[in-house]
Design a protein around this ligand. Structure first.
Ligand code: ATP
Length: 233
């Protein structure tokens, strides 16, 4: 049978006090995709990601990973790894110590993979995390997440605060790894052009609701028809 969607929400609502950040948010994305979650500031991207990774609880509706309700099924959360926007790491640890820490915390930790990836990126294991460049810090944070061997990798604004060269490096390394492992990726940006070339599925969020979700090539073909010579636009 076909695998259940990597993630899906049905009528999802999340509020901060009386302010609904997500309202009747419904979306479903198959496994194996590299998904761009885009939308303007305040659209609810971080709220949606935090709900999918179990940091926030739905106030209405349901959020599922691989068919399991994230509010009640811890096993589903174990299949996911999350890279938060500020990429929290311990600045006074060396990269090697950071990786050892990951091994302590995660039963599924793949230490050989983590060391090989960091070495391959030319990041010195003896360097203190606080001394890394922004791009290297992002690479280490992403490696820490991938070393858990997740079926779904979730990244909140992974390119924010990186310079253009570092953006290219981080994206190229990430796409190289997920092409090998087949990991489903969900990443957010408020800049559509940052992600559209690398992703194959697009979710547009606005005002706490999903406006568009689909295969990017199909969406672009649709756009060409609508805006072409015989089109509507
Ligand atoms: P950005 O790109 O600015 O991070 P976003 O699309 O990630 O935006 P969210 O951060 O999810 O959007 O915010 C959605 C809405 O919820 C906004 O109106 C925001 O002001 C509100 N909000 C977010 N976090 C909180 C909070 N901790 N307390 C109160 N309101 C919040």
């Amino acid at each position: 049978p076909a695998e259940r969607p990597a993630f899906e929400t049905t009528g999802l609502g999340v509020r901060y006090r009386r302010n609904w950040a997500l309202r009747d948010c419904t979306v479903s994305v198959p496994a194996g995709r590299v998904v761009a979650l885009v939308g303007p500031n305040g659209a609810g991207k971080t709220t949606l990601l935090h709900t999918l990774v179990g940091l926030l609880r739905p106030d209405a509706g349901v959020a599922r990973l691989f068919g399991g309700d994230v509010a009640s099924d811890e096993n589903m959360l174990a299949r996911m790894a999350f890279v938060a926007q500020d990429k929290p790491l311990y600045d006074y640890f060396t990269v090697a110590e950071m990786l050892r820490f990951g091994r302590e915390l995660n039963p599924r930790w793949d230490g050989d993979f983590a060391r090989a990836r960091v070495n391959g990126l030319g990041i010195p294991l003896s360097r203190k995390v606080g001394k890394l460049s922004g791009g290297q810090r992002a690479q280490v944070a992403i490696t820490m997440a991938l070393a858990k061997r997740p079926d779904l990798l979730v990244l909140d604004e992974p390119l924010a605060s990186l310079d253009p060269l570092a953006r290219d490096d981080v994206m190229r390394a990430l796409m190289g790894t997920v092409a090998e492992t087949g990991t489903t990726v969900l990443m957010s940006s408020h800049v559509v052009s940052d992600l559209v070339d690398t992703c194959d599925w697009l979710v547009v969020l606005n005002g706490g609701q999903v406006q568009v979700s689909g295969d990017i090539d199909e969406l672009l073909a649709c756009h060409r028809v609508l805006s072409g010579p015989a089109g509507l636009a």
